[in-house]
Design a protein around this ligand. Sequence first.
Ligand code: ZN
Length: 407
Amino acid sequence: MKIIVFFFIAIFQVLPSYVFAQYEVGALRPPVQTYVSNPDHIISDNKVSEISRKLLAFEKKTSMEIVVVALATVGNQMPKEFGLKLFNEWGIGKKEKNNGLMILLVKDQRRIEFIPGTGLKKAITQAKSIEIQQMYMLSYFRADDYGGGINAGLDEVISFLGYYHSMGAAGLFFSGLHPALKIYLIIGTVGILVFLLFIIFSLFIALSKKDPFVAHKILHPLTHIAFVVLFPIHFILPLCIIYFLKNYYRKIPRNGPVSGKKMRKLSEEEEDEYLSKIQIKEESLSSIQYDVWVSVEGDEVLILDYPQFSEYKKCSSCKAKSFSFDKKRVISSPTYTNSGRGEKVWSCKNCSKTRRITYTISRLVESSSSYSSGSSSSSSYSSSSYSSSSSSFGGGSSSGGGGGSSW
Ligand SMILES: [Zn+2]
Protein backbone atom coordinates (compact mmCIF):
# COMPACT_ATOMS: atom_id res chain seq x y z
CA MET A 1 0.00 0.00 0.00
CA LYS A 2 2.76 2.38 0.88
CA ILE A 3 4.19 2.27 -2.57
CA ILE A 4 0.81 3.02 -4.09
CA VAL A 5 0.41 6.10 -1.96
CA PHE A 6 3.96 7.07 -2.77
CA PHE A 7 3.25 6.62 -6.42
CA PHE A 8 0.21 8.81 -6.36
CA ILE A 9 1.95 11.54 -4.47
CA ALA A 10 4.63 11.36 -7.11
CA ILE A 11 2.10 11.53 -9.94
CA PHE A 12 0.25 14.43 -8.56
CA GLN A 13 3.39 16.37 -8.03
CA VAL A 14 4.34 15.87 -11.61
CA LEU A 15 1.07 15.83 -13.53
CA PRO A 16 0.32 19.54 -13.18
CA SER A 17 3.48 20.43 -15.02
CA TYR A 18 2.16 19.15 -18.31
CA VAL A 19 -1.31 17.75 -18.10
CA PHE A 20 -3.04 20.21 -15.95
CA ALA A 21 -1.52 23.37 -17.24
CA GLN A 22 -5.04 24.74 -17.29
CA TYR A 23 -5.68 23.80 -13.66
CA GLU A 24 -4.52 25.47 -10.50
CA VAL A 25 -2.19 23.07 -8.83
CA GLY A 26 -3.75 23.78 -5.45
CA ALA A 27 -7.10 22.55 -6.68
CA LEU A 28 -5.72 19.02 -7.03
CA ARG A 29 -6.36 17.39 -3.72
CA PRO A 30 -3.96 14.72 -2.52
CA PRO A 31 -5.33 11.34 -3.53
CA VAL A 32 -6.29 8.49 -1.27
CA GLN A 33 -4.96 4.96 -1.51
CA THR A 34 -6.40 3.89 -4.83
CA TYR A 35 -5.67 2.60 -8.29
CA VAL A 36 -7.80 5.42 -9.57
CA SER A 37 -6.48 8.78 -10.69
CA ASN A 38 -9.51 11.02 -10.35
CA PRO A 39 -8.21 14.58 -9.86
CA ASP A 40 -11.32 16.23 -11.29
CA HIS A 41 -13.74 14.16 -9.17
CA ILE A 42 -15.39 12.83 -12.27
CA ILE A 43 -15.99 9.57 -10.40
CA SER A 44 -17.79 9.73 -7.04
CA ASP A 45 -15.82 8.89 -3.90
CA ASN A 46 -17.95 5.82 -3.26
CA LYS A 47 -17.30 4.45 -6.71
CA VAL A 48 -13.59 5.24 -6.45
CA SER A 49 -13.26 3.11 -3.34
CA GLU A 50 -15.39 0.33 -4.83
CA ILE A 51 -13.28 0.29 -7.99
CA SER A 52 -10.02 0.46 -6.02
CA ARG A 53 -10.98 -2.49 -3.89
CA LYS A 54 -11.66 -4.56 -7.00
CA LEU A 55 -8.41 -3.55 -8.64
CA LEU A 56 -6.35 -4.22 -5.55
CA ALA A 57 -7.90 -7.68 -5.11
CA PHE A 58 -7.35 -8.41 -8.80
CA GLU A 59 -3.72 -7.34 -8.62
CA LYS A 60 -3.16 -9.60 -5.60
CA LYS A 61 -4.72 -12.53 -7.41
CA THR A 62 -3.21 -12.14 -10.87
CA SER A 63 -0.38 -9.59 -10.50
CA MET A 64 -2.04 -7.62 -13.31
CA GLU A 65 -2.03 -3.89 -12.71
CA ILE A 66 -5.12 -2.09 -13.93
CA VAL A 67 -5.20 1.67 -13.50
CA VAL A 68 -8.19 3.92 -14.07
CA VAL A 69 -7.49 7.50 -15.08
CA ALA A 70 -10.46 9.87 -15.38
CA LEU A 71 -9.64 13.39 -16.50
CA ALA A 72 -11.72 16.40 -17.45
CA THR A 73 -9.37 17.21 -20.30
CA VAL A 74 -5.99 16.52 -21.84
CA GLY A 75 -6.02 19.74 -23.82
CA ASN A 76 -5.85 19.14 -27.53
CA GLN A 77 -3.85 15.93 -27.28
CA MET A 78 -5.24 12.64 -28.51
CA PRO A 79 -6.40 10.67 -25.44
CA LYS A 80 -4.68 7.55 -26.74
CA GLU A 81 -1.34 9.31 -27.25
CA PHE A 82 -1.60 10.93 -23.87
CA GLY A 83 -2.48 7.66 -22.15
CA LEU A 84 0.34 5.82 -23.84
CA LYS A 85 2.87 8.35 -22.59
CA LEU A 86 1.47 8.18 -19.09
CA PHE A 87 1.45 4.37 -19.23
CA ASN A 88 5.12 4.18 -20.12
CA GLU A 89 6.16 6.92 -17.72
CA TRP A 90 4.46 5.11 -14.86
CA GLY A 91 5.51 1.66 -16.03
CA ILE A 92 2.16 0.00 -15.40
CA GLY A 93 2.26 -3.79 -15.15
CA LYS A 94 4.95 -6.18 -13.99
CA LYS A 95 8.09 -5.64 -16.00
CA GLU A 96 8.69 -9.26 -17.03
CA LYS A 97 5.04 -9.86 -17.99
CA ASN A 98 4.03 -6.38 -19.16
CA ASN A 99 0.61 -7.15 -17.74
CA GLY A 100 -0.67 -3.64 -17.16
CA LEU A 101 -3.83 -2.02 -18.43
CA MET A 102 -4.82 1.63 -18.39
CA ILE A 103 -8.45 2.65 -18.67
CA LEU A 104 -8.47 6.30 -19.60
CA LEU A 105 -11.54 8.51 -19.69
CA VAL A 106 -11.30 12.02 -21.10
CA LYS A 107 -14.50 13.86 -20.39
CA ASP A 108 -14.31 16.87 -22.70
CA GLN A 109 -13.38 14.72 -25.70
CA ARG A 110 -16.05 12.16 -24.69
CA ARG A 111 -13.54 9.39 -25.14
CA ILE A 112 -12.74 6.11 -23.38
CA GLU A 113 -9.51 4.25 -24.17
CA PHE A 114 -8.16 0.85 -23.13
CA ILE A 115 -4.37 0.79 -23.31
CA PRO A 116 -2.85 -2.64 -22.63
CA GLY A 117 0.72 -3.47 -21.75
CA THR A 118 2.62 -5.39 -24.40
CA GLY A 119 1.85 -8.67 -22.65
CA LEU A 120 -1.92 -8.11 -22.71
CA LYS A 121 -2.18 -6.93 -26.31
CA LYS A 122 -3.47 -10.29 -27.49
CA ALA A 123 -6.16 -10.31 -24.80
CA ILE A 124 -7.23 -6.66 -24.84
CA THR A 125 -7.54 -6.40 -28.60
CA GLN A 126 -9.19 -3.54 -30.36
CA ALA A 127 -12.28 -5.63 -31.01
CA LYS A 128 -12.53 -6.76 -27.37
CA SER A 129 -11.96 -3.21 -26.07
CA ILE A 130 -14.65 -1.74 -28.28
CA GLU A 131 -17.06 -4.55 -27.51
CA ILE A 132 -16.77 -3.97 -23.76
CA GLN A 133 -16.93 -0.19 -24.13
CA GLN A 134 -19.94 -0.20 -26.41
CA MET A 135 -21.87 -2.88 -24.59
CA TYR A 136 -21.21 -1.98 -20.98
CA MET A 137 -19.88 1.57 -20.63
CA LEU A 138 -21.12 4.10 -23.16
CA SER A 139 -24.75 4.09 -22.05
CA TYR A 140 -23.62 5.18 -18.57
CA PHE A 141 -21.31 7.86 -19.98
CA ARG A 142 -24.14 9.26 -22.10
CA ALA A 143 -26.09 9.68 -18.87
CA ASP A 144 -23.06 11.38 -17.25
CA ASP A 145 -22.56 8.44 -14.87
CA TYR A 146 -18.82 8.04 -15.38
CA GLY A 147 -18.17 5.98 -12.26
CA GLY A 148 -21.02 3.63 -13.14
CA GLY A 149 -19.68 3.12 -16.67
CA ILE A 150 -16.11 2.54 -15.53
CA ASN A 151 -17.32 0.12 -12.88
CA ALA A 152 -19.52 -1.86 -15.28
CA GLY A 153 -16.77 -2.06 -17.90
CA LEU A 154 -14.23 -3.09 -15.28
CA ASP A 155 -16.37 -6.02 -14.20
CA GLU A 156 -16.20 -7.32 -17.76
CA VAL A 157 -12.49 -6.61 -18.08
CA ILE A 158 -11.76 -8.35 -14.79
CA SER A 159 -13.79 -11.43 -15.62
CA PHE A 160 -12.25 -11.61 -19.09
CA LEU A 161 -8.67 -11.12 -17.87
CA GLY A 162 -9.37 -13.59 -15.08
CA TYR A 163 -9.97 -16.28 -17.70
CA TYR A 164 -6.87 -15.15 -19.55
CA HIS A 165 -4.79 -15.31 -16.39
CA SER A 166 -5.88 -18.80 -15.40
CA MET A 167 -6.03 -20.38 -18.82
CA GLY A 168 -3.93 -18.27 -21.20
CA ALA A 169 -4.98 -18.32 -24.83
CA ALA A 170 -7.50 -21.08 -24.04
CA GLY A 171 -9.11 -18.63 -21.62
CA LEU A 172 -9.65 -16.12 -24.43
CA PHE A 173 -11.41 -18.81 -26.40
CA PHE A 174 -13.38 -19.98 -23.38
CA SER A 175 -14.57 -16.51 -22.34
CA GLY A 176 -16.07 -15.92 -25.78
CA LEU A 177 -18.32 -18.98 -25.60
CA HIS A 178 -22.01 -19.10 -24.95
CA PRO A 179 -22.70 -19.87 -21.24
CA ALA A 180 -24.53 -23.09 -22.16
CA LEU A 181 -21.53 -24.25 -24.18
CA LYS A 182 -19.21 -23.50 -21.24
CA ILE A 183 -21.31 -25.73 -18.98
CA TYR A 184 -21.35 -28.41 -21.66
CA LEU A 185 -17.56 -28.28 -22.02
CA ILE A 186 -17.03 -28.43 -18.26
CA ILE A 187 -19.40 -31.39 -17.86
CA GLY A 188 -17.86 -33.10 -20.89
CA THR A 189 -14.33 -32.62 -19.59
CA VAL A 190 -15.23 -33.80 -16.11
CA GLY A 191 -17.04 -36.79 -17.62
CA ILE A 192 -14.01 -37.82 -19.68
CA LEU A 193 -11.72 -37.47 -16.65
CA VAL A 194 -14.02 -39.59 -14.51
CA PHE A 195 -14.17 -42.16 -17.28
CA LEU A 196 -10.36 -42.28 -17.57
CA LEU A 197 -9.99 -42.62 -13.82
CA PHE A 198 -12.46 -45.49 -13.90
CA ILE A 199 -10.47 -47.26 -16.61
CA ILE A 200 -7.17 -46.76 -14.78
CA PHE A 201 -8.76 -47.98 -11.56
CA SER A 202 -10.13 -51.08 -13.30
CA LEU A 203 -6.76 -51.79 -14.89
CA PHE A 204 -5.11 -51.76 -11.48
CA ILE A 205 -7.77 -54.07 -10.07
CA ALA A 206 -7.35 -56.47 -13.02
CA LEU A 207 -3.56 -56.43 -12.72
CA SER A 208 -3.80 -57.22 -9.03
CA LYS A 209 -5.78 -60.42 -9.65
CA LYS A 210 -3.86 -63.66 -9.58
CA ASP A 211 -6.44 -65.53 -11.61
CA PRO A 212 -6.22 -64.53 -15.31
CA PHE A 213 -9.84 -65.56 -15.83
CA VAL A 214 -11.02 -63.08 -13.18
CA ALA A 215 -8.78 -60.37 -14.64
CA HIS A 216 -10.31 -60.97 -18.04
CA LYS A 217 -13.82 -60.73 -16.57
CA ILE A 218 -12.97 -57.31 -15.05
CA LEU A 219 -11.54 -55.91 -18.27
CA HIS A 220 -14.21 -57.26 -20.59
CA PRO A 221 -17.00 -54.68 -19.89
CA LEU A 222 -14.51 -51.85 -20.39
CA THR A 223 -14.25 -52.64 -24.09
CA HIS A 224 -17.93 -51.85 -24.42
CA ILE A 225 -17.67 -48.57 -22.50
CA ALA A 226 -14.69 -47.50 -24.59
CA PHE A 227 -16.71 -48.31 -27.68
CA VAL A 228 -19.49 -45.94 -26.61
CA VAL A 229 -17.02 -43.10 -26.09
CA LEU A 230 -14.98 -43.63 -29.24
CA PHE A 231 -17.87 -44.41 -31.56
CA PRO A 232 -20.82 -42.30 -30.40
CA ILE A 233 -23.07 -44.18 -32.79
CA HIS A 234 -25.13 -45.13 -29.73
CA PHE A 235 -26.35 -41.54 -29.49
CA ILE A 236 -27.78 -41.65 -32.99
CA LEU A 237 -30.71 -43.81 -31.94
CA PRO A 238 -31.86 -41.52 -29.06
CA LEU A 239 -31.45 -38.53 -31.38
CA CYS A 240 -33.59 -40.25 -34.01
CA ILE A 241 -36.25 -40.97 -31.40
CA ILE A 242 -36.23 -37.34 -30.21
CA TYR A 243 -36.46 -36.11 -33.79
CA PHE A 244 -39.30 -38.50 -34.56
CA LEU A 245 -41.21 -37.56 -31.38
CA LYS A 246 -40.81 -33.81 -32.04
CA ASN A 247 -42.37 -34.28 -35.46
CA TYR A 248 -45.04 -36.56 -34.11
CA TYR A 249 -46.09 -34.07 -31.43
CA ARG A 250 -46.24 -31.33 -34.02
CA LYS A 251 -48.41 -33.26 -36.44
CA ILE A 252 -50.62 -35.31 -34.14
CA PRO A 253 -54.32 -34.43 -34.70
CA ARG A 254 -55.64 -32.05 -32.09
CA ASN A 255 -58.93 -30.69 -30.86
CA GLY A 256 -59.76 -27.03 -30.34
CA PRO A 257 -58.84 -25.96 -26.79
CA VAL A 258 -62.07 -23.95 -26.52
CA SER A 259 -64.66 -25.91 -28.51
CA GLY A 260 -63.08 -29.34 -28.22
CA LYS A 261 -63.86 -29.81 -31.89
CA LYS A 262 -61.60 -31.68 -34.25
CA MET A 263 -59.05 -29.47 -36.05
CA ARG A 264 -57.19 -29.68 -39.32
CA LYS A 265 -53.60 -28.49 -39.89
CA LEU A 266 -53.40 -26.11 -42.84
CA SER A 267 -50.80 -26.43 -45.57
CA GLU A 268 -48.09 -23.77 -45.99
CA GLU A 269 -50.11 -22.10 -48.77
CA GLU A 270 -53.38 -22.13 -46.86
CA GLU A 271 -52.00 -20.82 -43.58
CA ASP A 272 -50.85 -17.40 -44.86
CA GLU A 273 -54.34 -15.89 -44.71
CA TYR A 274 -54.40 -16.51 -40.95
CA LEU A 275 -50.89 -15.20 -40.24
CA SER A 276 -49.90 -11.58 -39.64
CA LYS A 277 -47.37 -9.86 -41.90
CA ILE A 278 -44.74 -10.23 -39.18
CA GLN A 279 -45.43 -13.96 -38.84
CA ILE A 280 -45.20 -14.48 -42.60
CA LYS A 281 -41.90 -12.60 -42.61
CA GLU A 282 -40.57 -14.74 -39.76
CA GLU A 283 -41.56 -17.87 -41.65
CA SER A 284 -39.77 -16.69 -44.78
CA LEU A 285 -36.64 -16.01 -42.70
CA SER A 286 -37.03 -19.39 -40.99
CA SER A 287 -36.61 -17.71 -37.62
CA ILE A 288 -39.99 -19.00 -36.44
CA GLN A 289 -42.22 -21.60 -38.07
CA TYR A 290 -45.96 -21.36 -37.56
CA ASP A 291 -48.56 -24.09 -37.74
CA VAL A 292 -52.17 -23.04 -38.22
CA TRP A 293 -54.95 -25.36 -37.09
CA VAL A 294 -58.57 -24.69 -37.99
CA SER A 295 -61.62 -26.51 -36.68
CA VAL A 296 -63.60 -28.40 -39.28
CA GLU A 297 -66.43 -25.86 -39.11
CA GLY A 298 -63.90 -23.07 -39.37
CA ASP A 299 -64.97 -21.35 -36.16
CA GLU A 300 -61.79 -21.90 -34.15
CA VAL A 301 -58.25 -21.05 -35.20
CA LEU A 302 -55.08 -22.03 -33.39
CA ILE A 303 -51.69 -20.56 -34.32
CA LEU A 304 -48.70 -22.37 -32.83
CA ASP A 305 -45.17 -20.98 -33.00
CA TYR A 306 -42.04 -23.09 -33.29
CA PRO A 307 -38.91 -20.91 -32.93
CA GLN A 308 -35.96 -22.20 -34.96
CA PHE A 309 -32.24 -21.91 -34.32
CA SER A 310 -31.23 -18.94 -36.43
CA GLU A 311 -29.12 -15.80 -36.57
CA TYR A 312 -32.18 -13.62 -35.92
CA LYS A 313 -32.95 -11.85 -32.68
CA LYS A 314 -36.13 -10.08 -31.67
CA CYS A 315 -36.33 -6.56 -33.11
CA SER A 316 -36.79 -3.93 -30.40
CA SER A 317 -38.95 -1.86 -32.71
CA CYS A 318 -41.40 -4.18 -34.47
CA LYS A 319 -40.96 -7.21 -32.14
CA ALA A 320 -40.45 -9.59 -35.07
CA LYS A 321 -37.69 -12.16 -34.72
CA SER A 322 -35.87 -10.64 -37.68
CA PHE A 323 -32.95 -8.57 -36.38
CA SER A 324 -29.52 -9.70 -37.52
CA PHE A 325 -25.96 -8.62 -38.22
CA ASP A 326 -25.37 -7.36 -41.75
CA LYS A 327 -21.88 -6.18 -42.31
CA LYS A 328 -18.71 -4.69 -41.05
CA ARG A 329 -17.06 -2.07 -43.23
CA VAL A 330 -14.14 0.29 -43.16
CA ILE A 331 -15.19 3.93 -43.48
CA SER A 332 -11.67 5.30 -43.60
CA SER A 333 -8.45 3.32 -43.53
CA PRO A 334 -5.85 4.04 -40.87
CA THR A 335 -2.57 5.67 -41.87
CA TYR A 336 0.68 6.26 -40.00
CA THR A 337 -0.61 9.65 -38.89
CA ASN A 338 -4.35 9.13 -38.47
CA SER A 339 -6.54 6.41 -37.10
CA GLY A 340 -9.26 5.00 -39.33
CA ARG A 341 -12.93 4.38 -38.72
CA GLY A 342 -15.06 1.34 -39.26
CA GLU A 343 -18.71 0.52 -38.88
CA LYS A 344 -20.75 -2.53 -37.91
CA VAL A 345 -24.35 -2.66 -39.07
CA TRP A 346 -27.30 -4.67 -37.80
CA SER A 347 -30.75 -4.35 -39.28
CA CYS A 348 -34.28 -5.65 -39.02
CA LYS A 349 -35.45 -7.59 -42.05
CA ASN A 350 -39.04 -6.66 -41.27
CA CYS A 351 -39.00 -2.95 -40.41
CA SER A 352 -36.51 -0.16 -41.02
CA LYS A 353 -34.78 -0.44 -37.64
CA THR A 354 -30.97 -0.43 -37.94
CA ARG A 355 -28.20 -0.28 -35.43
CA ARG A 356 -24.76 1.06 -36.33
CA ILE A 357 -21.69 1.04 -34.18
CA THR A 358 -18.68 2.97 -35.36
CA TYR A 359 -15.29 2.05 -34.06
CA THR A 360 -11.79 3.41 -34.35
CA ILE A 361 -9.10 1.46 -36.15
CA SER A 362 -5.73 2.16 -34.56
CA ARG A 363 -3.35 4.04 -36.75
CA LEU A 364 -0.45 2.11 -38.18
CA VAL A 365 2.63 1.89 -36.02
CA GLU A 366 6.07 1.61 -37.57
CA SER A 367 7.98 0.94 -34.39
CA SER A 368 7.39 0.99 -30.68
CA SER A 369 8.83 4.49 -30.35
CA SER A 370 6.81 6.10 -33.09
CA TYR A 371 4.06 7.36 -30.85
CA SER A 372 6.29 9.99 -29.29
CA SER A 373 7.14 11.56 -32.61
CA GLY A 374 3.55 12.46 -33.33
CA SER A 375 3.05 14.29 -30.11
CA SER A 376 3.44 18.00 -29.90
CA SER A 377 3.71 18.26 -26.17
CA SER A 378 6.04 15.43 -25.31
CA SER A 379 8.93 17.79 -24.86
CA SER A 380 7.10 20.02 -22.44
CA TYR A 381 7.66 17.80 -19.44
CA SER A 382 10.81 16.35 -18.10
CA SER A 383 10.84 12.67 -17.51
CA SER A 384 13.51 12.97 -14.86
CA SER A 385 10.91 14.04 -12.36
CA TYR A 386 9.27 10.65 -12.76
CA SER A 387 12.26 8.70 -11.63
CA SER A 388 10.92 8.39 -8.12
CA SER A 389 7.55 7.07 -9.26
CA SER A 390 8.71 4.60 -11.84
CA SER A 391 9.39 1.99 -9.21
CA SER A 392 5.89 2.04 -7.73
CA PHE A 393 4.38 0.05 -10.55
CA GLY A 394 6.05 -3.02 -11.92
CA GLY A 395 7.88 -1.23 -14.73
CA GLY A 396 5.74 -2.57 -17.58
CA SER A 397 5.44 -0.89 -20.93
CA SER A 398 2.95 -0.55 -23.75
CA SER A 399 3.44 -0.15 -27.47
CA GLY A 400 -0.19 0.67 -28.15
CA GLY A 401 -2.94 -1.74 -29.04
CA GLY A 402 -6.30 -1.86 -27.32
CA GLY A 403 -9.05 0.38 -28.56
CA GLY A 404 -11.25 3.33 -27.78
CA SER A 405 -14.80 4.54 -28.26
CA SER A 406 -16.49 7.92 -28.31
CA TRP A 407 -19.93 8.72 -27.01
ZN1 ZN B 1 -38.14 -4.60 -36.82
